[in-house]
Design a protein around this ligand. Structure first.
Ligand SMILES: *[C@@H]1O[C@H](CO)[C@@H](O)[C@H](O)[C@H]1NC(C)=O
Ligand SMILES: *[C@@H]1O[C@H](CO)[C@@H](O)[C@H](O)[C@H]1NC(C)=O
Ligand SMILES: *[C@@H]1O[C@H](CO)[C@@H](O)[C@H](O)[C@H]1NC(C)=O
Ligand SMILES: *[C@@H]1O[C@H](CO)[C@@H](O)[C@H](O)[C@H]1NC(C)=O
Ligand SMILES: *[C@@H]1O[C@H](CO)[C@@H](O)[C@H](O)[C@H]1NC(C)=O
Ligand SMILES: *[C@@H]1O[C@H](CO)[C@@H](O)[C@H](O)[C@H]1NC(C)=O
Length: 369
């Protein structure tokens, strides 16, 4: 599938170039503007599945109708793995409103986990980057056309939160099956497409929460998920995470479908150069008393072991020790952790991680997970 679509887009661009030389396919998608109305919109939509047709970080579905979904996710973690800010823009979270999903943990453990109703999103794209403005400036972001930097602002007087997060990317964008190259596929699993514009970044956070400042420099990350139906279709459990570990930038996905078939994808960059990126190269194992894959009720998740390899670079092992459970939803939990690892038998590095565990909503409601 991927090879075919790459080949046909290659042919089309060659034909266009032959017929009208000055209209040869541009190296980057043309600038575009969009308005994503607040709340859910009736209609049907396709989900973009091919890289290079529109901006990498632009919208990838045309209506958020309650089952078709997309969200823009940003996080920043402190070097001590005790502080985090996660801001997500989720169009159509509610029937008549979109939402900013905000999760903040202070160094003293105070936790904010709020879903704040929000209005329409005006979005433009230049090159691969997106620039978003949520009504009244509640959340804005400005992504560089080459994805090298993102600047995010929050202005949420109703919850007493305002401030900025700035990210300078440390590793190139990618998709589950490889790098950000025209013709690559965004598809990860059924109803789950994914692009990772910023796998790892130097981040600066400057927030004020009800008059108290929360500032740190640490590690940042930005991705986008979308699909033509909820990702919970054909899902048992899904482990996702990223870690900045010394000279390494690590991103991993581990998805178990209803029959417990595994789809995995791992990305590892060293000093900003991607050395491993693709499917079926990573194993993610929850650690702690009573843990198994899939996780069953009652397990105590103390951390995660991540093994990633390829034939050229060999095997790398990273151990993530959870420090804070930042979001306690039964279906969707998020951890901050401390990472130790590197090449097996080689020099270990240390760093910080964010890991999420997503479960099948129906199975949770039926008490099966
Ligand atoms: C939403 O869009 C998807 C994809 O086109 C479609 O399958 C689904 O039926 C739509 N849902 C509603 C409620 O319109
Ligand atoms: C934790 O820090 C926040 C921000 O400074 C403050 O509002 C809160 O009262 C503190 N909580 C505790 C338990 O000290
Ligand atoms: C800020 O203070 C208001 C009023 O006391 C409170 O309702 C709100 O939850 C606080 N915000 C946060 C993020 O704690
Ligand atoms: C799981 O894998 C088996 C063997 O490849 C396949 O027959 C089956 O359709 C897969 N299950 C799902 C739910 O995709
Ligand atoms: C690499 O990792 C995958 C997934 O854990 C595993 O199936 C494969 O055997 C490993 N390959 C090597 C060469 O270690
Ligand atoms: C390196 O890190 C891995 C994963 O945390 C650990 O299993 C291994 O023992 C460490 N090696 C050394 C030499 O500390």
């Amino acid at each position: 599938m991927r090879a075919t679509s790459f080949f046909s887009s290659f042919l089309l661009s060659q034909l266009a170039a032959a017929a009208v030389p000055h209209l040869a396919a541009p190296a980057v998608p043309p600038p575009a503007t969009y308005v994503i109305p607040k709340g859910r919109v009736e209609g049907t939509t396709a989900a973009d599945s091919v890289v290079g047709v529109t901006a990498f970080d632009g919208p990838h579905i045309s209506v958020n109708n309650g089952s078709a979904y997309q969200w823009w996710y940003f996080d920043a973690v402190s070097p001590d793995a005790d502080t985090i800010v996660v801001a997500q823009f989720y169009p159509g979270w509610l029937p008549d409103a979109s939402a900013i999903l905000l999760n903040v943990v202070y160094p003293n453990g105070t936790l904010i986990d709020q879903k704040i109703p929000a209005g329409a999103l005006q979005l433009s794209t230049t090159g691969d980057g997106s620039q978003g403005y949520v009504d009244n400036g509640a959340m804005t972001w400005f992504g560089a056309s080459d994805l090298s930097a993102y600047h995010l602002t929050l202005d949420l007087p109703e919850v007493g939160i305002s401030g900025t997060i700035t990210m300078r990317s440390k590793a190139p964008a990618h998709v589950a099956g490889g790098l950000n190259v025209p013709g690559a596929s965004f598809d990860y699993a059924p109803f789950l497409a994914w692009g990772n514009p910023v796998p790892d970044a130097d981040a600066t956070v400057d927030l004020v929460v009800n008059g108290t400042s929360l500032s740190f420099t640490g590690t940042g990350y930005h991705d986008q998920n979308w699909g033509a139906a909820t990702y919970g279709n054909n899902l048992n459990q899904w482990y996702w995470g990223h870690s900045s570990v010394g000279i390494y930038s690590l991103v991993f996905f581990y998805h178990l479908d209803e029959e417990l078939n595994v789809t995995s994808s791992g990305y590892l960059a060293r000093n900003g150069e991607p050395i491993i990126s693709g499917f079926s190269n990573v194993e993610v194992t929850p650690q702690g008393p009573g843990t198994s894959v899939p996780l069953v009720n009652g397990a105590t998740i103390e951390g995660w072991e991540v093994r990633i390899n390829d034939t050229q670079h060999g095997e790398f092992l990273f151990n993530i020790e959870n420090t804070v459970l930042t979001s306690r939803d039964r279906i969707y939990s998020r951890y901050i952790g401390r990472t130790t690892g590197g090449p097996v038998g080689g020099g270990n590095q240390t760093g910080v991680a964010v890991v999420e565990l997503m479960k099948n909503r129906l199975m949770v409601l039926q008490g099966l997970q």
